[in-house]
Design a binder for this molecule. Structure first.
Ligand code: TXA
Ligand code: MG
Length: 323
């Protein structure tokens, strides 16, 4: 099994060489760890799908070193894409654009659009520069499972399938990038993330739809995704204690995930309290879900966050992680 390796100029150069040879390299990004392959090599990209157990028609994000490489992958690039790139790249924003003919269909799941992102993590950027091309990388987890936010999560789940895992420490953002579809003249958010709809609207000065406007498939939009193995419930704060009591009275072993100090002392097997502000909560969420999942409890009970825009990405992921 491959263990995470410390980052140095040498390990970056080796990882870039492995990518050139068509191997898989797990890399840190500021959102989550990615399972990377040479995006121009269909055989290498096929290894991603095999390692994840991911259906072949689910498209991947191509990571590039800078916006100047956009035209290597996309065509008919709208002005809006350049405006967003200038403000949010490098960063947790992915843009769906019309693909160039040369982009392998293996990368785009057979679609005529391609998803592109310049990640803000220094290790990811160093690897992209050393490699020179685009790195196709979904989150480095088995299909349908929780995305990895630490190198050891990748080792646990995919350590037997990768040639190398670059350890960049814990991811600072902690949930997957915001995805905006700019392939039609009606911009639409396909997946909420750290970059909010208001921030996007402020730059584009136009309304942005919240759901896909086309037939585009995005696995992140499936009802059950990012899920722990343990059955998890989302519960509003005002009914939280009665729900804990009810599950305990049924003899259930439960784990609790809260952000309110008032719930810190509940009579359950494990209570994890995350920060009460959305950004820090977001950064800690996936690790906390993994920790609770490892305890093999009957249920995980999650306190429902506020329904405000800063919590949009968290709420989206929690809805998908719970029944
Ligand atoms: O933050 C992230 O975006 C992370 C890091 C590694 O960059 N990557 C990530 O990849 O979350 P993945 O494969 O787990 O999710 C990529 C999402 C999927 O929901 C996929 O369907 C969507 O991007 N996507 C990719 N290409 C697309 C396309 N052409 N049209 C619509 N959605 C697309
Ligand atoms: Mg994923």
């Amino acid at each position: 099994m491959v263990l995470p390796s410390t980052v140095s100029d040498q390990s970056i150069a080796q990882a870039a060489e492995l990518l050139r040879q068509g191997e898989l390299v797990a890399l840190p990004t500021e959102t989550v760890y990615g399972l990377g392959a040479d995006a121009s090599n269909p055989q290498a990209v096929a290894k991603i799908f095999a390692a994840k157990g991911r259906p072949a028609d689910h498209p991947l994000i191509v990571h590039i070193a800078s916006a100047s490489q956009l035209s290597d992958w996309a065509e008919n690039i709208p002005e809006t894409a350049l405006q967003l790139a200038a403000v949010f790249w490098p960063g947790p924003l992915t843009m769906v654009l019309n693909k160039k003919a040369a982009v392998p269909l293996a990368v785009t799941g057979g679609q005529d659009t391609v998803a592109l992102r310049v990640p803000a993590n220094p290790v990811a950027l160093a690897l992209l520069r050393a490699f020179g091309g685009g790195i196709a990388a979904p989150s480095a987890n088995r299909f349908g499972r929780i995305s990895p936010t630490r190198a050891e999560h990748v080792a646990e789940e995919l350590g037997d399938s990768v040639a190398c895992i670059l350890d960049g420490g814990p991811c600072s953002v902690g949930v997957e990038s915001t995805i905006i579809d700019l392939s039609t003249d009606k911009p639409a958010i396909l997946r909420p993330g750290r970059v909010t709809r208001s921030q996007l609207k402020a730059v584009l000065k136009t309304d942005i739809a919240l759901s896909p406007q086309t037939k585009i498939r995005a696995p992140g939009m499936m009802a059950v995704h990012y899920a722990p193995n343990t059955v998890a419930f989302l519960c509003p704060g005002d009914t939280f204690i009665s729900m804990v009591d009810e599950l305990c009275s049924q003899g259930k072993q439960i784990g609790v995930l809260t952000f309110s100090a008032q719930f810190a002392e509940l009579p359950c097997q494990c209570c994890l309290q995350l920060p009460a502000d959305a950004m820090h909560y977001e950064a800690a969420l996936y690790n906390a879900l993994r920790e609770l999942d490892k305890m093999h409890l009957d249920n995980i009970l999650i306190e429902q966050p506020p329904q405000t825009e800063v919590w949009a990405a968290v709420n989206d992921r929690l809805e998908k992680a719970t029944v």
